[in-house]
Ligand binder design. Structure first.
Ligand code: SF4
Length: 388
């Protein structure tokens, strides 16, 4: 590799319908002008490329929304342009998030030909009743068929499942997880259902339409997940992400290891040159900003050393490998970023581990990530950036 490494995130903001648990930047529109969106993404990309010359591109991630609804020619145009702007690493990882319905699966061969080499499938469940509860447009049968098509077309395939739904217990989740582990993928994203403010589920819970699973039961399922995936050789390398060695998402590792990434498309976050960028979220506002300014940026701000170090800690502690506290402090010119007495107490209580300056959360600690961060951060400042 030559220049400093860079990851590229591309946000496609459209979905066919809005899932009731979703707080992502996704929008439903009757028609989408693929050509106008291709030109917009290319212009937004060119803006980032002008600011980041000489980098080596290690990954591209098409997220959403539902990027499998993109015209494969649009995907190809973005990949080709990125290769013109930057030198690509030999092992460049190009991931696209896909919904597992037959229409989208039919595009997998074209997406592979466009340069996508990894797909992340939103299966979410193997059970039709759970899929209906989650408001998903596909059936379990369609999900399995899409997975088989994905495995035929892409070298690397991951899928997502959502667990800790109302009524889930160790018996049904262990059966689902055993099935997931038998399907021949090397990466799994396993998310607990959380009720996010502003979602349809949040209003349903407020009017007692259903009760979320209680936290003790959800914690038991998290521990079961940790044990079963570790036994199967796919341990968590991040709170919700599991992989065989070497099959971790390179793109997401850039976020968590606090590398630079350019983020283009509506609502995309980016981190580059010591600052953060946020694009306009609403597709129409993004498009107007783009024609006004030649880019879709809504906010751009430098990060103070304390903000950046705090973010690096927050991101890094999501990883099983944890963080080197001295390396972060040195990178941002700070004397110290954690309260070591509190770290030692959490090591004593089994929530953290420490090897020299490297600290990490144990499986027990990962359940309490937010609480632990509040305890150990040495200097409090508002967190400027959250990346999911
Ligand atoms: S498909 Fe994904 S992004 Fe779109 S509404 Fe559902 S959860 Fe949100």
């Amino acid at each position: 590799m030559t220049g400093e490494s860079l990851a590229l995130y591309v946000h496609w903001p459209f979905c066919v319908s809005k899932c009731p648990y979703c707080d992502f930047n996704s929008h439903v529109r009757a028609t989408i002008d693929q050509e106008a969106w291709r030109d917009a993404l290319l212009a937004d990309l060119a803006h980032e490329a002008r600011l980041l010359p000489g980098r080596t591109l290690i990954s591209i991630f098409f997220g959403g929304g539902t990027p499998s609804l993109m015209d494969p020619a649009t995907v190809e145009a973005v990949i080709d342009a990125a290769h013109r702007h930057w030198a690509a690493d030999d092992k460049i990882e190009i991931t696209l998030e896909a919904n597992p319905n037959s229409v989208e699966a039919a595009r997998f061969a074209d997406l592979a030909a466009a340069g996508v080499n990894r797909v992340s499938l939103g299966l979410q469940s193997f059970d039709d009743r759970s899929l209906a509860f989650l408001g998903r447009a596909h059936s379990a049968r369609e999900g399995f068929a899409a997975l088989a098509t994905a495995q035929k077309n892409f070298r690397r395939v991951s899928f997502d499942l959502i667990y800790a739904l109302p009524g889930d217990d160790e018996d049904n989740w262990s059966m689902t997880l055993a099935q997931a582990l038998s399907l021949g993928v090397d990466h799994l994203s396993l998310y607990q259902l959380t009720i996010e403010p502003g979602t349809r589920f949040a209003s349903m819970v407020a009017r007692h339409a259903f009760e979320p699973l209680d936290t003790d039961a959800a914690a038991a399922l998290f521990e079961l997940t940790d044990a079963m995936t570790s036994d199967a050789g796919m341990p968590a390398y991040e709170i919700s992400n599991h992989a065989r060695r070497g099959q971790e998402s390179r793109h997401n590792l850039t976020y968590w290891r606090y590398g630079d990434y350019a983020g283009i498309g509506p609502g995309a976050h980016g981190r580059r040159l010591g600052g953060r960028t946020v694009r306009h979220k609403k597709p129409e506002n993004f498009m107007s900003a783009l024609s006004r300014n030649g880019h879709g940026i809504a906010e751009e701000a430098p990060l103070s050393a304390i903000e950046a170090a705090d973010e690096a800690l927050v991101m890094g502690l999501r990883l099983r490998e944890g963080v080197d506290v001295h390396a972060i402090a040195e990178r941002f010119g700070l004397p110290s970023i954690v309260d070591w007495d509190r770290v030692e107490r959490l090591v004593g209580s089994g929530h953290m581990s420490r090897k020299g300056a490297r600290i990490a959360l144990t499986a027990r600690g990962r359940l309490l990530l937010d609480h632990i961060l509040g305890e150990i951060v040495a200097v409090e400042e508002p967190r400027a950036l959250a990346v999911g």
